[in-house]
Ligand binder design. Sequence first.
Ligand SMILES: C[S@@+](CC[C@H](N)C(=O)[O-])C[C@H]1O[C@@H](n2cnc3c(N)ncnc32)[C@H](O)[C@@H]1O
Length: 188
Amino acid sequence: MVREFILYSRTGRTSGNFKSLYDAGRLDVVYQCILMAIYESYASRRDVLFHAILNGPPDPPKELLIESNLLRDAPPEQGNWERIIRKVLSGKSHPGITVKKNNFQALVETKRNLYVLEKKGIDIWEIEIGENPVFVLGDQIGLPKNEERFALRRGTKVSLGEREYTSAQCICILNYVLDRLKKNLSNH
Ligand SMILES: C[S@@+](CC[C@H](N)C(=O)[O-])C[C@H]1O[C@@H](n2cnc3c(N)ncnc32)[C@H](O)[C@@H]1O
């Protein structure tokens, strides 16, 4: 079973010339999401696809895709990921990471079992999560309304509760929920 996360980054820079992840249209938020999506304490997950749609200058939109089973030479520290993100956004390659021209709607259109993360959605514990789920999240500002409407035509609005979490915290919670559900299923 694969789990996928799609992060919509309104301002994430689309080239490798930047001073810091923060200054690059909040690519630090993208890094934090990668961290929560892929790493465990002493290992990394092999079953995650992480997509960030970057809509910042100079060449939007671009998709940054991380395939965790193919990822190599990628310790979790921020400085290391800053180097990797700069490298791939400059057109160089890194195992397990792809950058290409793509937009949010074109990506979402290819997916099934879509869950759109929103505080006012159906409680995560009340829905049945299907095989190979795909979770859509907004960045530090949130999903633009038109993109949310588009994703909701294909998916379910899901809530993690009444508190507002950061995108990275949502991914951490989702990984936890999926891990627990998997454990319960394998006990039956
Ligand atoms: C920092 S929040 C965005 C805040 C923004 N003010 C908004 O209203 O969307 C980042 C993303 O995390 C997700 N999120 C945050 N809290 C959530 C919750 N309690 N349930 C479901 N998703 C949540 C949403 O996808 C949101 O776009």
